[in-house]
Design a binder for this molecule. Structure first.
Ligand SMILES: NC(=O)c1ccc[n+]([C@@H]2O[C@H](COP(=O)([O-])OP(=O)(O)OC[C@H]3O[C@@H](n4cnc5c(N)ncnc54)[C@H](O)[C@@H]3O)[C@@H](O)[C@H]2O)c1
Length: 591
């Protein structure tokens, strides 16, 4: 294909338009910039000059390249100038009537062959296209802010857009050095469709006081490796913008999970729009600043003193148990590793030795530290030997009956006053507690896999957990250099309750043939900076494990939108469980 669209008009040179104009000029194309009036045109040109000067200062552009680039751009305020363009990209404010008016005018002004693209985030591309007599040559080109760093472009086709126009637009995006993904005309497209539903749930979680804003944000950063927590991200995006996108999504889906959380409306009414107004979920140094001045730094400090912990028992011999033993032993605690038989316990210790050896060979641990940690771990084949420990962490099979039986046993054995913790990820902690005669001493300590590497621990207090037990676990987390977040005993805690509905939404998107596995994964990685796309993550976690968590969440909240996507059930039924079986959403065997 020839280089598509040698001359491009950009209408509206604000945040997005100015960025797009520069990106297009950088690709060697001629850019016709069009603003609303003479004043705004002058301001837009100044903005472009300033942005490119900044790029030169940052060494992203040479002075020569900047001069050449600026020579490619003209800025005026007559829409008629768009007549000379092969492609027009509209980037005016997010108002349907304004966009429709501009498209009607452009349709009159531009030759029949000109392709018209809108930069809308949440409006219907179809409705904008309907303002023209050439809807087959109208599409959405959704760039991300800031345009110069964000590689993703969503190429949005309506039912009327011809495939060839979409292909040309994708080729054009690639030519700008961007990665295009194909999307249909649905509010939010791929990225925002998945992102905003999740942000909305995080806002609702905060509003219900299930956890603090700092804990919600830390949980998603540390538990999922996301670049930002959801509430900090809402502040960055702008609470008003987020609310508009969610309104548009709800309008189309009628899914209650898209109905903007009431807190968003309250913040907007109060003028607390996020960073841009200096306050949203957090308060910032000044409007536009990224420095939150009222965020609690570091993990929560308990008001009550905790109990003394010198020795720890860990029950189980699997991945989590072994990882948790490693965490405690490396921090200098005496650990009894208790399994159903001495043989199993010894095998688990051998696994631990291997893991420590790996750390030594990678230079992350000194040989003496490895030896010291190993010397602190004693494998035992009977739970009776845990009688004298100060704290027990249970990491046996994720089966309520098995766990309840273990807690009943521990209740009979372990000394009074010891803390009994479960690392369950989907079972109610209170059901473990009620198997004992001391529910006040029982708490959840949800580690993430691999425990030695993942910094997060969700500290789950039940309605009966004693405050000094919570304090004990928070203090212990600090001593073993984990970041604890506090939450209540409900399905999914913080991380899984926010993560799995998002993964389920991605499966639903796929099931509805809205976008492909690769496009959705690429979109979330490039559009949100996620370390993995949803399907990569599902294949790693395991489709069966994911389905179980989704069922638990649906059972707990009875929200129709949380029902597991049938496609996930079908894949599990077919034995496609992800990497562990060689096939899940992707075929790993053939790779
Ligand atoms: N800001 C983001 O993060 C972001 C990201 C992706 C997409 N978008 C979408 O991009 C579009 C532009 O958003 P923005 O953030 O750049 O807005 P903005 O307010 O920064 O810029 C809009 C520009 O359009 C100009 N304008 C207004 N009326 C005009 C007219 N009749 N003719 C020509 N120019 C006119 C304004 O003077 C202003 O410079 C919106 O549809 C928005 O939803 C924004």
């Amino acid at each position: 294909m020839e280089r598509p669209f040698p001359t491009v008009a950009v209408v509206g040179l604000g945040t997005m338009g100015a960025g797009v104009a520069v990106a297009v000029a950088r690709s060697g194309r001629r850019v016709i910039g069009i603003e609303a009036n003479e004043d705004s045109a002058a301001r837009a040109l100044a903005r472009i000059e300033e942005a490119t000067a900044h790029a030169v200062a940052r060494e992203r552009l040479t002075a020569g390249e900047r001069t050449a680039l600026l020579a490619q751009i003209t800025v005026g305020h007559a829409l008629e100038a768009a007549a000379g363009a092969d492609l027009v990209i509209e980037e005016v404010p997010e108002q349907l009537e304004l966009k429709r008016e501009i498209f009607a005018e452009l349709d009159r002004i531009c030759p029949a062959a000109t392709v018209l693209a809108t930069g809308t985030t949440a409006l219907s591309v179809t409705r904008i296209a309907a303002a023209t007599a050439r809807p087959e040559r109208v599409l959405g080109l959704h760039f991300f802010n800031p345009v110069h760093t964000m590689k993703l472009v969503e190429v949005v086709r309506t039912v009327l857009t011809t495939p060839q126009v979409a292909e040309e637009a994708a080729a054009f995006a690639r030519d700008l050095g961007k990665e295009p993904v194909a999307a249909g005309d649905r509010a939010g497209f791929v990225v925002n469709g998945l992102l905003f539903a999740y942000l909305n749930q995080a806002a609702a979680m905060y509003e219900s006081r299930y956890a603090t804003r700092e804990d919600i944000d830390a949980a998603m950063r540390l538990g999922c490796g996301l670049p930002m927590g959801p509430l900090a991200l809402l502040d960055l995006i702008g609470i008003d913008t987020a609310r508009t996108v969610l309104e548009a999504m709800y309008e189309q889906s009628r899914d209650r999970l898209h109905a903007p959380a009431p807190i968003l409306g309250q913040l907007v009414s109060a003028g607390l729009l996020g960073r841009k107004s200096g306050r949203g979920f957090y308060t910032y140094e000044a409007p536009g600043s990224s420095r939150a001045v009222d965020a609690a730094t570091g993990p929560a400090r308990p008001g009550t003193a905790g109990r003394e912990v010198r020795s720890i028992g860990v029950c189980g011999s699997g991945t989590m148990a072994t990882g948790i033993v490693e965490v405690f032993a490396k921090a200098g605690y005496q650990v009894l590793l208790a399994a159903r038989s001495l043989e199993k316990a010894e095998k688990a210790k051998a696994q631990l030795a291997k893991s420590l050896d790996r750390s030594v060979s990678r230079g992350r641990l000194a040989a003496e530290q490895r030896d010291a940690a190993l010397a602190l771990v004693t494998p035992v084949g009977q739970y009776a030997e845990l009688a004298g420990v100060d704290l027990v962490v249970e990491a046996v099979a994720e089966d309520l009956e098995v766990k309840r039986e273990l807690f009943a046993t521990l209740d009979k054995i372990v000394k009074p006053g010891a803390v009994l913790a479960t690392t369950t990820s989907s079972l109610p902690v209170i059901s473990c507690a009620s198997a004992t005669s001391r529910p006040q001493d029982v708490i959840g300590m949800h580690f993430f896999n691999p425990a030695p590497a993942m910094k997060l621990v969700e500290v789950v207090s039940t309605v009966l957990t004693a405050p000094d037990v919570t304090a004990t676990v928070l203090e212990l987390c600090a001593k073993v250099r984990k970041h604890p977040v506090e939450c209540g005993d409900r399905a999914g805690f913080i991380v899984n309750a926010l993560l799995f509905p998002y993964l389920n939404d991605a499966v639903r998107m796929l099931q509805e043939h809205y976008a492909t596995v690769d496009d959705i994964d690429t979109a979330m990685k490039l559009g949100c900076g996620y370390p993995m796309g949803p399907f990569e993550l599902l294949d790693v976690v395991g489709l069966d494990v994911s389905l179980t968590i989704e069922k638990v969440l649906h059972q707990e909240f009875r929200e129709p939108g949380l029902a597991a996507a049938p496609l996930l059930e079908h894949l599990v039924a077919a034995g496609c469980l992800g990497r562990k079986t060689g096939r899940g959403f992707r075929d790993h065997a053939r790779r």
